[in-house]
Write a protein that binds this ligand. Sequence first.
Ligand code: SF4
Length: 213
Amino acid sequence: MKKILAKEEIKEVIDILMDLYPDAKAELNFSNPFELLIATILSAQCTDVQVNKTTKGLFKDYKTPEDYLTLTDEELGEKIRSCGFYKTKSKNILSTCRLLIENFNGKIPDTLEELMTLPGVGRKTANVVLSNAFSKPAIAVDTHVFRVSNRIGLADSDNVLDTEKDLMENIDKKMWSKAHHLLIFHGRRICKARKPLCEKCPLTTYCFYFKDN
Ligand code: SF4
């Protein structure tokens, strides 16, 4: 049987996190779905702070898929080098721009299935775009959401897909996007990967990880 808190307790956990992080929101800077898609591709294995530094100039000069396609792989790679894995990211961004033009009229699609046809766009990135750019209910499970939700007992799984399913089953749909941000904020600030700061955490009476350790 899965080791998951009761729904009422999960609601209380979310309420506590809402009090703790009233401003929880996406930390990537963007002003439209296309920019968010590019920023999210760049954010793989990179901090949001670094991505924001890189996109500050990039988004001024390159606003549409057509703009990016004036660059070669190498030229774009140089512009995004500081985000790491720049060769792969550059290839993925340019292939994504091509597909956006060929298949989606240059617009960002707003379904999970369509977004996932784009190179470099996995389930997590697609969910980030759906919830943040299109305000659709979605829970993107990144490394923080995975770790924190499984520690507390909002999910009980060893993989991201089942964690997403657990969260969708146990959290009110209208709270999915907010819960994603709350769990990321908590993971970055208190429930850190290597050494969670449990002494500062208001969730000790709920958290399975805390009770077990
Ligand atoms: S009690 Fe510790 S392990 Fe549990 S959520 Fe808080 S910081 Fe994380």
